[in-house]
Design a protein around this ligand. Structure first.
Ligand code: N01
Length: 526
């Protein structure tokens, strides 16, 4: 990389929030690009993000591990195709240590404020513990699904038994002999329900919307396979590539719902194959197009409903009392514990609401996102210079590994930092028209996809706008993020003079506050 950026007033060139898969990937790639001046601010006392937090029984990735790991840090030793959470967590710990990231991480630092100071061109970042840092660039690696959601059922707070969320599992709770209510049937619940069913006296599974579930093509890797992967990284990469291509094909029925019909028929047959009672089969069969909500994988969830101690409840929960739960048909079920498999806050406006982010002219990010979160390529937001998001709006995947998207984003951000140096720019700010064109394109591509086929999911906000998913092949996203289109940004230079000249409109929403000179040839009006 070129000469270090001019940011003499900043403590660091880059500050990253979060030490999960995305924040750590950013840190590794900064080091590899020769940028050692960075800090990672992590609210917890250890790295790992979602894979540190989610430890419920049966927790495992539903993306193949050879793909759900960094492309540059392959692991020949995955025990099975879909590794359990502990192995993934250990992998993250190993990467952290091998890349010597710990000296860059400040644990116990929950960031609650980040304010852009246009004068020196730096972000002033504050943690809840009162400490502050300044950095030239600010990277949000908080991840989208980390704020647990509670069901909006009256009386939950009055329940006298044990209550915990799937992501806050109480490993000391003794299930034996207990009657348990489990609320929700998403990706987490379908993993823990089969695990606790044999241990409890009774299990009531409360389903609001049936998920589509396909068999999980899982198995252990043999000793020979692992040896071959160790001896030949090329073979391991070939295996990874094959998994990637296979997963990528799953986007076809998503983008064209007509192609989903055969898959839907197969999935319906699978339910019949697994469940004995036709009445339960009917209630387990979803009434929306497969793929509209995340398609889940399991080899043991449906079979759980053949157990005499497990009940599928599809009447809505209307009330929770001190020792029981009540449904809309008036039935009251006494329970000792309630497990909330009710998911996470998926709208960035809600999961970032404890973090105040102010860009140019003191504009608040959540105000900017009043009508919905949006970011150019899911990474940059107009009016928030040198701020970069990882796993930002519309960059989630329903069909392939999120790490592929994260690596694309990290590559893009490193390119941005290189350009800032090359152009000797103080900051870069995405142009509003570039962001608008990008959003229009997204909306067009989202039309007539399976997500608009009429289901309610956390992919969409109240007005139906999809804010979570990248619509299409992930390699198209990789292609879009391979290089930075410099003319989509306004580049503001480091200059001592304060002469104001004509400049990009969106770079100067508050001209009176931030008097900046034009940058020779780059940027310009929108
Ligand atoms: O959360 P979810 P999750 N009364 O939002 C129900 C992924 N994941 O923690 O569908 C009754 O998927 C809600 O019902 P409905 C996973 O795929 C990945 O399970 O809204 N029910 C739904 O059934 C997902 O993308 C891995 O009608 C209520 C459930 O709660 C994300 O992580 C592993 C309710 C929530 O399901 C989160 O999964 C595990 C109420 N009041 C999970 N409120 C990987 O391997 C909510 N629900 C990568």
């Amino acid at each position: 990389m070129g000469a270090p950026a001019r940011h003499s007033e900043a403590d660091f060139e880059v500050a990253i929030v979060g030490a999960g898969f995305s924040g750590l990937c950013m840190a590794i790639k900064l080091k590899q690009a020769g940028i050692d001046s960075f800090v990672v601010l992590e609210k917890a006392e250890e790295v790992g993000g979602t894979w540190r937090v989610n430890t419920y029984p049966g927790c495992a990735c539903d993306v193949q591990s050879h793909l759900y790991s960094y492309s540059f840090d392959g692991n020949p030793n995955w025990s099975r195709k879909f590794a359990p959470w502990k192995e993934i967590y250990d992998y993250i710990l190993r990467c952290t240590d091998e890349h010597e990231l710990r000296r860059h991480i400040r644990f116990g630092h929950e960031v609650d404020q980040a304010v852009f100071d246009a004068g020196p061109g730096l972000w002033r970042i504050r943690a809840k513990n009162g400490s502050t840092v300044t950095a030239h660039a600010f990277v949000l690696g908080t991840g989208p699904l980390h704020v647990p959601l509670s069901p909006n059922v009256p009386g939950l707070e009055t329940f006298q038994g044990k209550v915990f969320h799937s992501s806050q599992w109480d490993h000391d709770f003794e299930f034996e002999g207990k009657t348990v209510a489990s609320i929700g049937t998403g990706g987490s619940a379908i993993q823990y329900v089969p695990e606790i069913a044999p241990r409890v006296k009774h299990l009531h599974v409360f389903q609001r919307t049936a998920p589509w579930i396909l068999p999980k093509p899982d198995r252990e890797y043999t000793k020979v396979e692992k040896l071959l992967f160790r001896l030949s990284p090329k073979l391991r990469k070939l295996h990874r590539g094959w998994l990637y291509v296979r997963n990528e094909l799953r986007v076809l029925p998503i983008m064209n719902p007509r192609l989903a019909r055969p898959l839907e028929k197969l999935a319906a047959l699978y339910i019949k194959h697994c469940v004995d009672d036709p009445a339960i089969v009917e209630r387990l069969t979803p009434d929306y197009t497969i793929g509209c909500k995340r398609v889940l994988l399991s080899n043991n969830y449906y079979q759980t409903f053949n157990r005499p101690n497990v009940e599928l409840v599809t009447d809505a929960l209307t009330e929770i009392k001190e020792n029981s739960v009540v449904t809309s048909d008036g039935v009251e079920r006494p329970v000792d514990a309630i497990i909330l498999g009710t998911g996470f806050e998926a709208d960035p406006r809600n999961y970032l609401d404890k973090l105040t982010i102010k860009g140019l002219g003191g504009r608040d990010l959540l105000t900017r996102w009043e009508h919905g979160a949006e970011a150019y390529l899911g990474i940059t937001v107009a009016g928030f210079p040198n701020m970069f998001e990882l796993v930002g709006p519309n960059t989630g995947l329903g069909h392939n590994s999120l790490l592929f998207m994260i690596e694309s984003q990290v590559h893009y951000i490193v390119q941005c930092l290189k350009l800032l140096r090359e152009k000797k720019a103080k900051y870069m700010n995405v142009r509003t028209p570039a962001l608008r064109r990008y959003n229009e394109e997204l909306e067009q591509r989202l039309e007539n996809t399976v997500w608009t086929s009429g289901c309610k999911s956390w992919y969409t906000q109240e007005d139906g706008k999809n804010i979570a998913i990248w619509p299409g092949f992930s390699f198209r996203y990789r292609a879009r993020t391979r290089r930075v289109e410099a003319d989509h940004y306004v580049w503001t230079p480091h200059l001592e003079r304060t002469t104001v000249q004509s400049h990009g409109r969106d770079a100067h929403p508050h001209r009176d506050q931030h008097r900046r000179p034009a940058f020779g040839g780059v940027g310009g009006a929108d």
